[in-house]
Design a protein around this ligand. Sequence first.
Ligand code: ASP
Length: 320
Amino acid sequence: MKILAKLAFAAAALVAGSAAAQTYPAKPITMIVPFAAGGPTDVVARIVTEHMSRTLGQQIVIENVGGAGGTTGTTRASQAGNDGYTIMMGHMGTHGAAPALYPNLKYDPSKDFEPVGLAAGTPILIVAKKAFPAQDLKGFVDYLKANGDKVNQAHAGVGSVSHSTGILLTSQVGTKTTQVPYTGTGPALNDLVSGQVDFMTDQIVNVAEQIRAGTIRAYAIATPSRSPALPDVPTTKEAGLPQYEVSAWNAIFAPKGTPAEVVTKLNDALVKALADEGTRKRLLDLGAVLPEKNEQTSAWLGDFVAKEVARWTPVLKAAK
Ligand code: ASP
């Protein structure tokens, strides 16, 4: 009897669970952005969720939970309820680089999340304050070699994109800088514009507008070809540092165990956002690289995360 009652209870719970998944979403969804407002991950999140909210018929509300290079907000997302009402925008740092830099990381990027889908590729640029005393990338590298420890390098905390791509750069140049951590590169960019810090390596969607406005210097973009959004900025290859090629990405994740129907609905809303002309234009104007059709599935993102962790772990251990 006891077993039968338990089975009946489990069956009822399953039916209730899938009924909830069918009516999902019945209330607003929270998306954790593990960095400060106004930075690259926040910008990508706000652009794609605006359209996703329309498709889903419920608002996706962004909650910025900065700290520890994005791992604070990501840990919180991994431990949130898996009913689809808490999701997150992760990225190459939180779901690629962080495991190499945090021996006691409280989440596993592959095991503790259901991948929803890739939102945007974000090329990396080497940017400096306007008054930085170097005219081009070669001059910048020479300056770093001679004055490394006197140069203030901004980043979004250990394990973030700006931190990991930053240590990759300084290790290739063979120098050490003074590190200035922020809760996101949004606030770091403000200090770069006002000249409080000297330089950073950051995602294009954060810096494109300031580069076009001429309020900061862009020495190079670390992709094989130039960005249509910043046609005047040379590639690292053109500017004399061909070994520094690196790109980042931002993607949506749900906590492990989020029902498959819910993940499918979220992915479908993301795919629709990425097909929408207005949404595409906003992302492209900021220099984002839009995922190809085959890169927009949950399964593709799951494979990609495993590859990214495998790619970054040896690179960052060597760079440190
Ligand atoms: N993506 C972070 C932000 O939104 C920056 C980083 O990872 O470097 O601020």
